[in-house]
Design a protein around this ligand. Structure first.
Ligand SMILES: *Cc1c(COP(=O)(O)O)cnc(C)c1O
Length: 398
C-alpha cells in the first residue's frame, strides 16, 4: 500500500480530531523515522516529548518483551513483583516519597486535582464543595471534561459543557497575580514549569520559586505538571530543579515509558498522598507489571545515558545555531534544554507551511499555536545530527 492509500483508509474510518502532517511512518529507530516509501526523517517532535530516550530503545524493548512473557496485568486487586521497585526509582529521582500510577497524562492531572481537593476538605478545613484550584492562562493539562474546564483555549471547551466548577485562572509568569487570587478556600496552584503546548513559554527566572514561597505562606499546595518538561527534556531530570523548587505534588507521563506504553503517575508528599484511602481512586491498568517493568527500564536509560545533561548541552548548541540563522521570518527563539520554540513573525504566513517544507527536507516538526515551530528531538541527538538538520532548517527559514 502507498502512503496515499494509508491516508485514505484513516480518513475514511477515523474521527477527524487531528490534522496530521501527511507522512505515514512505518518504522523508527533512535532519532529517525521512515515512511512507507522508505524516506527517512529526523523526528523533531518526539511524540510531544514522549520519546526522550529515542524510538524503540533496545533496553526498554528488552524489558517489555521479558515482562510480556511473564505477567502483564494483575489489576490492583492483587500485588505484582514489579510495582514496588518502579515506585522506588520514581520516588528517588523526584524526591517525593509517594507514587500513584495511572496511564495517560490527563489521568495523572485528574488524580492531582482529586488529591488537592480532598486535602483541602480533610486537612486544610475548607468547607465542603468550596475548594478552589488556581491554574494559569494558556495552560495545557489534558483533555478530560474537568481539565478542559480549567483551560483558556475556547476550542478545547466549545460544545463540551457543562464544565467542572472550582477553577480560577491567573496570568502565567505573574507571581503577584497568584498571591492576589488566593483565598481561604484555595487548595492548590497547578502549573507547568514551562508551558509546552502553550507555545514553549518560559516564565521569568525565579517565578516558580516565588510561587512556592507564596503557596507556603498561604497554606496552598503547589503542584507542578512535568508531563512534558520532566524526565530530562529541559536539561535537568525535572524542570523544577532549575530553581530548586519542592512542590507538594508532581505529574509525570509521556517519556515515562520511552514511547512503548501509556504510563503516567502522580507523585506527592506523605501528607498529600495520605488523603487517598482504599476505594477512593483507581485504574484497571494503572500500575500493571508490564507498565512498571517498562517504566523502570525507561528511567534507567535516562539515568545511564545522562540524557538530562545531554539535553542541556545539545539544547544550548541547537539554540545557538537557530538564533544565528538571522531568518527574516523569525521573531524569537526560546526554550530550555531540548524544548525549543521558534516563533515566527505574524506576517510569515503561519508555521504550518514551514512544517510542510521541513517535511520535504526530511525534518519532522509540528507547529503549535499557528505561529510557533516546536523543536524537541529525542535527547540522544548528536551535534552532527543537529548540523545536518540545520542545513534544511536554514533553507526553509531563509
Ligand atoms: C501532554 C500533556 C498532558 C496530557 O497528557 P496525555 O497523555 O495526552 O493525556 C498534560 N500535561 C502536560 C503539561 C502535557 O504536555
Amino acid at each position: 500500500m502507498t502512503s496515499e492509500e494509508y491516508i485514505q483508509l484513516e480518513d475514511t474510518y477515523g474521527a477527524s480530531n487531528y490534522k496530521p502532517l501527511d507522512v505515514v511512518i512505518a518504522r523508527a529507530e533512535g532519532i529517525w523515522v521512515w515512511d512507507v516509501e522508505g524516506k527517512k526523517y529526523l523526528d523533531f517532535l518526539s511524540a510531544y516529548s514522549a520519546l526522550n530516550q529515542g524510538h524503540c530503545h533496545p533496553k526498554i524493548y528488552q524489558a517489555m518483551v521479558e515482562q510480556g512473557k511473564r505477567v502483564t496485568l494483575t489489576s490492583r486487586a492483587f500485588r505484582n513483583d514489579q510495582l514496588g521497585s518502579f515506585y522506588k526509582i520514581l520516588s528517588e529521582i523526584s524526591g517525593l516519597p509517594r507514587v500513584l500510577p495511572m496511564n495517560s497524562g490527563a489521568e495523572a492531572v485528574e488524580t492531582a486535582i482529586k488529591a488537592v481537593r480532598k486535602w483541602a476538605y480533610k486537612i486544610k478545613g475548607v468547607p465542603e464543595n468550596q475548594a478552589e484550584v488556581i491554574f494559569c492562562a494558556n495552560n495545557f493539562h489534558g483533555r478530560t471534561i474537568t481539565i478542559i474546564s480549567a483551560s483558556t483555549e475556547e476550542q478545547y471547551k466549545d460544545g463540551f459543557g457543562p464544565l467542572t466548577p472550582g477553577f480560577k485562572i491567573i496570568p502565567y509568569g505573574d507571581s503577584r497575580a497568584l498571591e492576589e487570587a488566593i483565598t481561604p478556600n484555595t487548595a492548590a496552584f497547578i502549573v507547568e514549569p514551562i508551558q509546552g503546548e502553550g507555545g514553549i513559554i518560559v516564565p521569568p527566572a525565579g517565578y516558580l520559586k516565588e510561587a512556592e514561597e507564596i503557596c507556603r505562606r498561604h497554606n496552598v499546595l503547589l503542584i507542578c505538571d512535568e508531563i512534558q518538561t520532566g524526565l530530562g527534556r529541559t536539561g535537568k531530570m525535572f524542570a523544577i530543579e532549575h530553581e530548586q523548587v519542592h512542590p507538594d505534588g508532581l505529574t509525570v507521563g509521556k517519556a515515562l515509558s520511552g514511547g512503548f506504553y501509556p504510563i503516567s503517575a502522580f507523585l506527592a508528599t506523605e501528607e498529600l498522598m495520605s488523603v487517598f484511602n482504599p476505594g477512593d481512586h483507581g485504574s484497571t491498568f494503572g500500575g500493571n507489571p508490564l507498565a512498571a517493568a517498562i517504566g523502570k527500564a525507561a528511567l534507567q536509560v535516562l539515568l545511564e545515558e545522562n540524557l538530562a545533561s545531554r539535553a542541556a548541552e545539545m539544547g544550548a548548541y541547537f539554540m545557538e545555531k537557530l538564533s544565528a540563522l538571522n531568518s527574516p521570518h523569525v521573531k524569537e527563539v526560546r526554550g530550555k534544554g531540548l524544548l525549543i520554540g521558534v516563533e515566527l513573525k505574524p506576517e510569515a504566513g503561519g508555521a504550518r507551511r514551514f512544517c510542510e517544507a521541513l517535511k520535504d527536507e526530511g525534518i519532522l516538526a509540528k507547529e503549535t499555536h499557528e505561529t510557533i515551530i516546536r523543536f524537541a528531538p529525542p535527547l540522544i541527538i548528536t551535534k552532527e545530527d543537529i548540523d545536518w538538520a540545520m542545513e534544511g532548517i536554514a533553507r526553509v527559514l531563509a
